[in-house]
Write a protein that binds this ligand. Structure first.
Ligand SMILES: [Zn+2]
Length: 189
């Protein structure tokens, strides 16, 4: 049976290279697009899981994930199927729990394909990486969503971003201030 196409998390090395070059004034359009599309694919996976949907890997139809039992593709002649259990294992193995950041993924997913310039792309990438899960009750930022998007452990990613962002200036001050109020804030320098 064909496997679900999960969008992987972005290797941090690619993001680091992009930020380093940008800080030096080098606008590497190819690298920027590579990072941008990687994150686009990752957001697509997170949005699907968030909506309790899955794409049939054979015919590309978007299917509803039932609370339990089996997922069957509803396209005539397409026999793709997967058990809910196997689907759940896929979500787990690909760290595809979306958390409460549906809006951040969606904003990126809808806007990135319309971008044309390097500058537009890198702003969207930067905004996405700087996004937070929002607490449903207080509407306050609760924790960084970066661990949903980047490879590595949560603590490792926070340290990585702390170092990465400290090399730039603009949105980073705000990010650091917000981070200090979240559960991972203690990991900052
Ligand atoms: Zn199908």
């Amino acid at each position: 049976m064909d496997k679900i196409k999960w969008g992987p998390r972005l290797p941090t090395g690619l993001l680091k290279k992009l930020y380093r070059q940008d800080a030096l004034g080098i606008q590497d359009g190819v690298l920027c697009e590579e990072v941008g599309l990687y994150l686009l694919n990752r957001c697509r996976t997170l949005i699907l899981v968030y909506r309790k949907e899955v794409e049939c890997p054979v015919c590309k139809k978007i299917l509803k994930v039932p609370p339990e039992g089996t997922i069957f593709c509803t396209t005539d002649g397409c026999n793709w199927t997967i058990s809910k259990k196997e689907y759940g294992e896929g979500v787990k193995n690909h760290y595809a729990y979306p958390g409460r950041a549906g809006a951040a993924y969606l904003k990126y997913f809808e806007n990135y394909p319309t971008t044309k310039t390097y500058q537009e792309k890198i702003i969207l990438i930067d905004t996405l990486i700087h996004s937070f899960h929002i607490d449903e009750k207080t509407n306050e930022p609760k924790k960084s969503i970066a661990s949903k998007l980047l490879e590595g452990s949560k603590d490792g990613i926070i340290k990585f971003l702390d170092e990465l962002f400290s090399e730039n200036t603009d949105s980073n001050k705000e990010w650091r201030e917000m981070m200090r109020n979240t559960i991972h804030g203690a990991k900052l320098k």
